[in-house]
Write a protein that binds this ligand. Structure first.
Ligand SMILES: [Zn+2]
Length: 71
């Protein structure tokens, strides 16, 4: 599935999601493509600079309102 920026629609991740329900975090091993920009722990949209998540050790903590999921 594709995860896009809610503000500008730019593709952020191509992600392999397992199971149903909301996407709370992106596990690093399931990220197929990553277009985001990392500034410290912030994960940002490469186009508009919106913060879309927070980088953790094994996953990226997703800000729910900052992304749109496309199946
Ligand atoms: Zn954006």
């Amino acid at each position: 599935m594709k995860i896009r920026c809610a503000r500008c629609g730019t593709l952020l991740f191509v992600y392999l999601k397992v199971g149903e329900g909301r996407l709370w975090h992106c596990w690093r091993k399931r990220i197929i493509e990553d277009y985001t920009v990392k500034v410290g722990d912030d994960v940002k949209c490469p186009k508009c600079g919106a913060i879309v998540g927070l980088e953790k050790e094994a996953f990226i903590n997703i800000k729910q309102r900052s992304i749109v999921v496309e199946k």
